[in-house]
Ligand binder design. Structure first.
Ligand SMILES: C[S@@+](CC[C@H](N)C(=O)[O-])C[C@H]1O[C@@H](n2cnc3c(N)ncnc32)[C@H](O)[C@@H]1O
Length: 293
């Protein structure tokens, strides 16, 4: 049986395999190291200028492409009746938190990096929003910090690909979201196009021992397959799972106007074949009655 060891063995496999498979092959010692590596990675990337400049780096509010499709989904497609008591995991700079808060009774914004939480608080103050509470911690702290069935809508936007221990996170989501409540996700897609891109980067950069020998380059950054998303939802007790694909090849060229492109992809991104080519996946699911696994 192959055993992947952080900063020592099988980096190419670690890059290419879907997250659940690479975690299964990680040695127990390496699996334990990921907690520390991921926390340090987040702190380095998202503290100081990483927090203050997050929106500029991601061109939020200046280039519509960068908030596509999350912006349209959060603001006008999901939760036609509003989000109720919402939970957002990995809230970042709070760019989407304020949009959620405007359509919610309350929002608990979970964010592990202190400087990012400061940006969220400032943003909410400036927007005159008093219904957002930031929670210092990771997705793994939900179990102790949010009461059972206290949430109507949970949102994870472009953050899940940074998490390891994913079944644990979905079990916790299943516990805090009330039966009938909703789960909404937007995540980049681990498909053949992604594998090809990683292979190209491996050939030019990642194969150097100075790169893979640095444990920081093993921090979790694993896009998701459709199968993994369905399995995780089931694990958390979420059913009626609907997955739509966006960023379909050539769509920007064929339909440059974002809202029209969104409407087209919203319909086309569920079709067989087309859905496998999409670079971004959006998920809607409903918490079923009964226990999460
Ligand atoms: C790529 S950013 C996305 C931020 C925001 N959701 C957005 O779309 O702009 C990922 C965020 O997830 C946070 N994060 C990473 N690992 C996490 C974990 N285990 N639990 C909760 N948040 C985490 C990071 O600190 C970072 O703010």
């Amino acid at each position: 049986m192959i055993s992947i060891e952080i900063a020592r063995r099988h980096y190419l496999l670690y890059l290419l395999l879907p997250h659940w498979a690479k975690v299964a092959l990680l040695s127990p010692g390496s699996r334990a190291r990921l907690d520390r590596i991921n926390l340090a990675f987040n702190d380095t990337l998202y503290s100081g200028e990483g927090a203050e400049d997050y929106d500029r780096i991601h061109a939020y509010a200046t280039e519509q492409q960068h908030e596509y499709p999350a912006h349209a989904l959060v603001e006008s497609v999901w939760a036609p009746e509003g989000y109720g008591r919402a939970l957002e995991l990995g809230a970042g700079s709070g760019y989407f938190t304020t949009a959620i808060a405007r359509r919610a009774q309350s929002v608990v914004a979970v964010e592990p990096v202190a400087d990012m939480r400061a940006v969220i608080d400032k943003r909410c103050r400036e927007a005159g929003l008093s219904n957002v509470t930031t929670l210092a911690g990771t997705a793994f702290d939900l179990a102790d910090r949010v009461p059972d069935a206290a949430i109507d809508s949970a949102l994870v936007l472009q953050s899940l690909h940074h998490f390891h221990r994913r079944p644990e996170v979905f079990a916790a989501l299943g516990r805090v979201v009330r039966p009938g409540g909703r789960l909404y996700l937007v995540e980049p897609h681990h498909n053949l196009r992604r594998v090809a891109r990683l292979l190209r980067k491996y050939a030019t950069t990642y194969r150097r021992p100075s790169f893979w020998g640095d444990e920081r380059n093993w921090a979790t950054h694993d896009f998701l397959t459709r199968g993994e998303l369905r399995t995780l939802c089931r694990h958390g007790g979420f059913g009626d799972v609907r997955i739509t694909g966006y960023w379909i090849p050539f769509s920007r060229r064929l339909v440059p106007e974002p809202r029209r492109r969104f409407d087209a992809e919203h319909r086309l991104g569920r079709l067989p074949l087309v859905r496998h080519l999409a670079a971004v996946l959006a998920v809607e699911a409903r918490r079923e009655a009964g226990a999460a696994r």
